[in-house]
Each structure stands twice: as structure tokens, then as C-alpha cells.
Design a protein around this ligand. Structure first.
Ligand code: ZN
Length: 408
């Protein structure tokens, strides 16, 4: 077992304070810090702290896959760590995006190879052959747009904005309030010529301003999101698309699961994200990065989903709260030590006998594995190789540890 130092990613939408404060570093920082990666992704692996200095987790997995991953994980996923855990801090909205299914990723990767687009090219959509299911768990209040809202509700929202330029579109959706109607309307908007968007988006922003000024409550959050997105991305079809997506507020500890084809964007907040170890993102707007609308439309799932569908079921097993998801690559839980467990050594067997990453989000704990022990403070992480588990924990004050393992 080793302490694990995350790889820091600085993107423009990040925060100058959140990750630094979480990891006990000076704040504010010189650059916006967006993500801290704990995994063995070739683009930016995390670092094992050892007596002989820091070693890349990627190198450790490659040189000793049996010890680090264990036989069962190697058999299912090959000699790579199948999941990636991130601390994510969004001060500004991320791009409007979706991720492919496993079949779509394999097909898209082969197609872009045939077209001769280098894997590192900024216009490459498929950088690997994997799907990328994602689970986000909020550390602070976290605002997201995710999944198409039931169409009848979107009709109500759009009508409430009272924008006459939207009448033909809302009538289209009202006439077919289902997945096909959502596909037709989203496709119309996302492929609209720029001159049309330059008229329509400002009209929608005016409608949102009027709605917010009116003091009405029902769609106030949705209207404010239109204003926030419109201010940063004037004329972007993503502003219109936001009218069709569920707008969720996650409280600390609440999660959201995004399977293949789920259109989403993170608006604001700090959270822990765990995903399959993939970089496959198809963007539709709200970004200066590469956007590929036809490819996005190929992978999108227009089936309406309400909040209850998007939020993973949570089950309690002793001190462990498990976020139940269908992803084979990962399983995420929180180990909560408090009350009678404080001051005692407690067993924390994993649901999977593969490797584990533990990340302390609150309090402090000593972790004991077969080989050695480490102390985790808030913002600190540890790598437990497959041949080093199971672990035991000791905490003197209320403590929470996020745990990522391979899915069952
Ligand atoms: Zn995503």
C-alpha cells in the first residue's frame, strides 16, 4: 500500500481554490485547477509515494500486473486498471457532451484509424476502444444538466419562457412528446445555421430574463442556467439544448450516473468522479474544444429520463454506502467511520478482490494493509494493490473515505 499523489489538470473551467483547499495546498492558485486524476491513465497517471521516491502507477501496473491488479481483473480487463477516479472542481460549465457505448467506441476508434486521424489529434473523437460510463458524487452542492427531461415537462418550460420565436419548435415537441420528438427538436437546434442561432438564442435569453424578473419559481433555476450559458457562449445551440435536459442539484453525498448516450454537462460544484478508463467524449457545444455534432447525434439516447432514473440507488452495508451502478469497470462506495467505530480497528473488506483506490474526503484515518500502513488526511489518497488487501481502518474522529474498486 502506498500514498497516491494525483495528477493535476488545469483547465479554464476549473477553480483556483477548491482542489487546493481540499488537498491542503496554498489557495488561490495561479491557474484554475479543474481535475485531480487518481488512476493509471497513459495521458496522466497518478504517482505512488515510496521509500525510493515517486513511481508512476501506470509503470507499476505494467511491470507487475498480477500483483497490482490480480488475476480476476487481468482476465476481465487485460493488464490495465479499468477505472479512473477524479476530484473535479467546476467553477464554470463544462462542454455539452455524451460518451459512446462499448460497441460505438470500438467502431469509432477503428473508423478514425482508417481515416488516418492521429490518436493525439484535437479533432479525434475516439482516443481508445472503451465506453466511458461515469458516476459523479457531490462533495459540495453540485449543479448538473443530464439526460433528456420528459418531453411534456420541457414543453411547459419552453412555453413558460413565452418566446414567440420558439412557438414552431415547442409545437413540434408538443405534437410528439416522446424520444422521437426530442430527437427531432434537438437535431433541428444543434444543426441550425449560425444566423438562425444568432436570432434565436438572444430571444431565449430575453425570455429567461423576463421569467426570472417575474419572480416565478417553477423554472427559475432552468432560466438562470440559460442566462449563465448564454453569457459565456452567445449564439451556441447548447443554450437551447439546456431547455431539454434535466437540471439537477446534488447535495453532498448524492450521486448521478451517466451511462452511454446520456447528454450532460456539469455546471458548477466540487465532486468525486469515477469512470471507465477512457477519453472518449463527443461534444455538441458550450466549448472551444472540438465539436462533432453528427457523431454526437449517432450516440445520443433520447429516451426521456427523470431524476429518479439518473440517481444511482444507494445501499448500506455496515459502515459502507455503495452507489449501485451497472458499470463493470468500477464500483464506488463511501466508508464512514464514526460513533462506536471511532478509536477501534475496523475491517473494511472490499466487494471485489482487485485493487482499490481510497480517497479521504473528511477526517483522517490510518489504513492497514498486508504490507504496511499509511495515514490519510482530507484530500489524501492511497493505492491498495490486489495482493495487499483486505484493509483495516482506524479513525479517531468522524471520517469519510471514498473507495473505488472494480465492478462486480
Ligand atoms: Zn462526461
Amino acid at each position: 500500500m502506498n500514498l497516491l499523489r494525483g495528477a493535476l489538470r488545469t483547465y479554464a473551467w476549473g477553480s483556483r481554490t477548491a482542489i487546493a483547499e481540499f488537498t491542503g495546498k496554498p489557495s488561490p492558485t495561479a491557474h484554475p485547477e479543474a481535475e485531480l486524476w487518481f488512476g493509471a491513465h497513459p495521458a496522466d497517471p497518478a504517482w505512488l509515494e515510496t521509500d525510493s521516491g515517486e513511481h508512476s502507477l501506470l509503470d507499476a501496473v505494467r511491470s507487475d500486473p498480477e500483483g497490482q491488479l490480480g488475476g480476476a481483473v487481468r482476465h476481465r480487463f487485460g493488464d490495465t486498471l479499468p477505472f479512473l477516479m477524479k476530484v473535479l472542481a467546476a467553477d464554470e460549465p463544462l462542454s455539452l457532451q455524451a460518451h459512446p457505448s462499448a460497441e460505438q467506441a470500438a467502431e469509432g476508434f477503428a473508423r478514425e484509424d482508417r481515416l488516418g486521424i492521429p490518436v493525439s489529434s484535437p479533432i479525434r473523437n475516439y482516443r481508445d476502444r472503451s465506453h466511458k460510463p461515469e458516476l459523479l458524487v457531490a462533495l459540495s452542492t453540485f449543479e448538473v444538466l443530464a439526460g433528456f427531461r420528459p418531453a411534456a415537462k420541457s414543453v411547459e418550460l419552453i412555453r413558460a419562457l413565452a418566446v414567440s420565436d420558439l412557438d414552431p419548435f415547442v409545437n413540434l415537441l408538443a405534437g410528439q412528446p416522446d424520444a422521437d420528438g426530442l430527437r427531432a427538436l434537438f437535431t433541428t437546434w444543434i444543426t441550425a445555421p449560425q444566423p438562425d442561432l444568432d436570432l434565436l438564442v438572444p430571444a431565449v435569453i430575453d425570455g429567461a430574463i423576463n421569467y426570472v424578473r417575474s419572480g416565478k419559481k417553477e423554472f427559475a433555476a432552468e432560466a438562470r442556467t440559460v442566462l449563465e450559458l448564454g453569457e459565456r457562449y452567445p449564439g451556441d445551440a447548447g443554450v437551447l439544448a439546456s431547455l431539454l435536459l434535466n437540471r439537477l442539484t446534488l447535495r453532498p453525498g448524492e450521486g448521478i450516473y451517466m451511462p452511454a448516450g446520456n447528454l450532460h454537462t456539469y455546471l458548477h460544484g466540487v465532486g468525486i468522479e469515477v469512470m471507465a478508463n477512457s477519453d472518449n467524449v463527443l461534444r455538441g457545444g458550450l466549448t472551444p474544444k472540438h465539436v462533432d455534432v453528427p457523431e454526437l447525434l449517432r450516440v445520443l439516447d433520447f429516451t426521456p429520463a427523470n431524476e429518479a432514473v439518473l440517481r444511482p440507488k444507494m445501499s448500506q452495508d455496515g459502515m459502507e454506502t455503495v452507489y449501485e451502478t451497472a458499470a463493470p469497470e468500477f464500483s464506488v462506495s463511501v466508508l464512514g467511520i464514526d460513533g462506536d467505530r471511532l478509536g477501534h480497528q475496523v475491517d473494511a473488506p472490499s466487494r471485489h478482490d482487485g485493487p482499490q483506490i481510497l480517497l479521504c474526503s473528511e477526517g483522517s484515518a490510518v489504513l492497514h494493509a498486508k504490507a504496511g500502513e499509511v495515514t490519510l488526511e482530507r484530500g489524501g489518497a492511497a493505492w491498495v494493490a490486489a495482493d495487499d488487501g483486505p484493509i483495516r481502518l482506524v479513525a479517531q474522529r468522524p471520517t469519510k473515505l471514498f473507495r473505488a474498486t472494480v465492478g462486480i
